[in-house]
Design a protein around this ligand. Structure first.
Ligand code: FUL
Length: 492
């Protein structure tokens, strides 16, 4: 009998051990924990757009001014050749996927037939008062798969309700409801913070506005100086801070507050809110079209690109339609050059066939978090994750090794898997053991355009010197920018 007992025990133990082993084998390594705050789905989508087009258009286009008085006669608005398809084609060719139109600027003139005011396209000779610029843009954009956003200026120099809190907020909310229910999906709404010094006192009911916007458009991003989804970068040059966190404390922000511009441009490593920055800038000097102005040089646009997209932001480039209602040929041409330049620089990753190695990797080889993930086409959901440590003092590095012939590049691109939070605080880049670049934050995208120009080398090592938690790198690129000549003025 005891023999039988021993035999049964042995079988049971063996059975349990086999079970344990097979359950161990089946355990797929899990991703690391996210680090709050995190982006929303719509914020992530917005960030991936990288380049958005702004369109300033209205009565100012016809009066050659930047801020209308509010006394303009609607009859001056007559863009006889308006063709929104031309706007959208120009944008799409440059890689733009979202276009934001000034439905109403500070002068109060509405580009759509609002039933709450007489001051609109309805009283202009354009299309005998039956025109609707918002609708024209929406139709053209839809046909090319481009998204639409709208700017509705809070400051209104025309409407007599401005300065009377209740009446004006009701009027403004009524217009928001029109815009967000009549035209299908609106992906971004722009609440501008500007207000003239002599303008009447006015309290905006932001809480009600924001709630109404979200009720009517669940996937929209709300832009203002203080978010809640996208923040102003703090200047109109299109430049972010060289340190730029998508995180910030919203409680420290307020709309129309000029004293927080530095905080806006750098964000806050300790911020409790995910609120990435948008860099608005015009292709010309002014926001509206003026006969006397010409577009910026290609080299200036590229400088802006590196200082916005290359610093974890989105570039919002204004391209104003002219009095005919078209984007001027000079601007079309410049945008085409700009789009081609971005393509030329970034469509080829010179690191694509290199070997890649890292200080450590989560879950070991084959665990799904290896350094090879930084060279695939997914720049968000696949990433290199080092082994868990305290994340702060660990010496994490990742290395790109070229085959025999070596590499020739002048731009280094690094991207974090921001879906799990923004982490990197400081990093350094070495080529064949020599320090070539250093920086702070990375975020969605960090572009280092090398100050000393083109480098020939074999081994590129990126060291993460400081991080809020283990760094998660989703993509690395080595690129050649033929437009970058650090030691001489560009002629383009
Ligand atoms: C500013 C406005 O005053 C300008 O006219 C322009 O619309 C710019 C984008 O925002 O605050």
């Amino acid at each position: 009998m005891p023999k039988l007992c021993c035999f049964v025990c042995l079988i049971t133990i063996l059975f349990q051990l086999t079970n344990l082993a097979s359950s161990k084998r089946q355990q797929v390594p899990t991703p690391p924990l996210p680090l709050s705050p995190l982006p929303s789905f719509s914020q992530l989508k917005w960030q991936q757009r990288e380049l958005i087009m702004f369109l300033h258009f209205g009565v100012n286009t016809f009066t050659d001014s930047e801020w209308g008085t509010g006394n303009e006669n609607p009859e001056i608005f007559n863009p006889l050749g308006l063709d929104a398809n031309q706007w959208v084609n120009t944008a799409a060719e440059a890689g733009v996927s979202l276009m934001i139109l000034t439905a109403k600027h500070h002068d109060g003139f509405c580009l759509w037939p609002s039933k709450f005011t007489e001051h609109s396209v309805t009283h202009s000779p354009w299309k005998h008062g039956r025109g609707d610029v918002v609708q024209e843009l929406v139709n053209a954009a839809k046909a090319r798969g481009v998204d639409v956003g709208l700017y509705l200026s809070p400051w209104d120099r025309h409407d007599p309700r401005y300065g009377h809190d209740l009446q004006y907020n009701e009027y403004y909310l009524a217009q928001l409801q029109e815009l967000l229910t009549r035209y299908g999906d609106v992906r971004e709404i722009w609440f501008d913070g500007a207000k003239g010094s002599n303008a009447p006192n006015m309290s905006y009911y932001f809480t009600d506005w924001f709630a109404m916007v979200k009720e009517l458009q669940s996937s929209i991003n709300i832009f203002s100086d203080a978010g809640p989804d996208v923040r102003w970068v703090g200047n109109e040059k299109g430049f972010a801070g060289s340190t730029c966190w998508s995180t910030i404390n919203r409680t420290s922000l307020s709309i129309g507050n000029g004293s927080i511009v530095d905080y806006l441009s750098t964000g806050d490593a300790k911020g409790t809110d995910w609120l990435p920055a948008e860099c608005d800038v015009s292709i010309r000097k002014g926001w509206f079209w003026h006969k006397s102005e010409t577009p910026k040089k290609l080299s200036e646009l590229l400088e802006i690109y590196y200082n916005s997209v290359g610093r974890n932001c989105v570039m919002l480039l204004n391209v104003p339609p002219n009095t005919t209602g078209l984007i001027s040929e000079t601007d079309v041409q410049r945008l085409r050059e700009f789009g081609t330049a971005i393509d030329t620089i970034f469509s080829k990753n010179l690191a694509e066939n290199c070997f890649v190695k890292a200080s450590s990797q989560r879950a070991g080889k084959g665990g799904g978090f290896g350094p090879e993930n930084v060279l695939d086409d997914d720049h968000l959901r696949t990433y290199w994750a080092p082994r868990d440590g305290d994340g702060i003092s660990d010496d994490h590095w990742i290395e790109i090794r070229a085959a025999d012939e070596g590499l020739r590049f002048n731009v280094i691109r690094i991207q974090e898997a921001i879906g799990l939070g923004q982490r990197i605080k400081r990093h350094e880049i070495f080529v064949d053991g020599k320090l070539v670049a250093e920086g702070t934050t990375v975020g969605h995208k960090k572009l280092h355009r090398l100050e000393n120009g083109v480098i020939d080398g074999h081994v590129v090592r990126i060291k993460i010197k400081e991080s809020r938690a283990v760094p998660l790198i989703s993509s690395i690129g080595l690129h050649f920018d033929p437009y970058w000549h650090p030691n001489r003025q560009s002629l383009t």
